[in-house]
Ligand binder design. Structure first.
Ligand code: NAP
Length: 237
């Protein structure tokens, strides 16, 4: 890579919401952004809209709940790029906002875990060969939630909350495993953000929600790894 070549970032679930805003902000900082989305039509449309604004954004089909699809995406990306500087595991689902742990359906828990915890683990594994080739060290940001913080756990959205606790453990595992490989791995909590998931009553804009994620992906000290971060500050697990 020459000094003039842009850094490369992959953002999952980036066709809308916080992921789309993270893609937009990274592109505005000069990144070549690979916009991951499970629905090709939606992903291509968002990538084209961002590219219209002059950004280097391209679509990659990536369903993070599909093991074979993740492997395929890893192979396809390896044909397009020779390394990856940033991976943002943003895609996530919330299906049990109104459910109680006393009766939440097994299917909801399985689906939520497959997407919110296992998905980021498998995507990180699949992208690892490219991340290890980042010339100046790579950064992985797992978009988690304060709902997954054990120190502050309530009865709200049990499948979602427990899956984000598991995602935080995924962060700790990869951070420890990659510490000597110049790859920083952190969890970010975006706060309560006005998206399809967060709803119209949420307190933050997508710009505010994306801020800490983009900071961890770009400017945060490279020595910051294995942490849970909100508003650019380390918070308790
Ligand atoms: P959102 O608007 O619902 O967007 C979620 C994105 O994830 C969509 O692009 C969705 O794609 C994608 N996605 C879901 N399952 C996927 C899969 N299997 N493969 C690929 N993409 C998939 O939600 P958001 O608010 O932007 O949330 C983004 C992240 O922030 C999530 O991890 C969420 O848990 C976290 N978060 C959000 C808030 C909040 O208040 N909004 C708070 C804390 C944490 P489709 O369009 O195809 O469904």
């Amino acid at each position: 890579m020459t000094a003039h070549e842009p850094k490369i970032a992959l953002v999952t679930g980036a066709n809308k919401g916080i992921g789309c805003e993270v893609a937009r902000q990274l592109a505005a900082r000069g990144f070549r952004v690979i916009l991951g989305a499970r629905r090709p039509e939606a992903g291509r449309k968002t990538a084209a809209e961002l590219a219209l604004a002059g950004s280097a954004v391209e679509f990659l089909e990536l369903d993070i709940a599909d093991d074979a699809g993740i492997t395929r995406a890893g192979r396809e990306l390896a044909e397009r790029v020779d390394h990856l500087d940033v991976l943002v595991n943003n895609a996530g689902i919330l299906e049990d906002g109104d459910a109680s742990v006393r009766e939440v359906a097994a299917g909801v828990v399985r689906r939520t875990f497959a997407t919110n915890a296992l998905g980021p683990l498998l995507v990180t594994q699949a992208m690892l060969p490219l991340l290890l080739k980042a010339p100046a060290g790579a950064r992985v940001v797992n978009v988690s939630s304060g709902a997954g913080a054990l120190n502050d756990m309530t009865s709200w959205a049990p499948a979602y909350s427990i899956s984000k606790t598991a995602l935080n453990a995924v962060t700790c595992q990869f951070a420890a495993a990659l510490r000597t490989h110049q790859i920083a791995v952190n969890s970010a909590c975006p706060g309560w953000v006005r998206t399809d998931m967060g709803g119209a009553g949420a307190t933050r804009t997508v710009e505010q929600g994306a801020d800490t994620i983009v900071w961890l992906a770009t400017e945060a000290p490279a020595s910051l790894t294995g942490r849970f971060v909100r508003d650019r500050q380390v918070i308790e697990w």
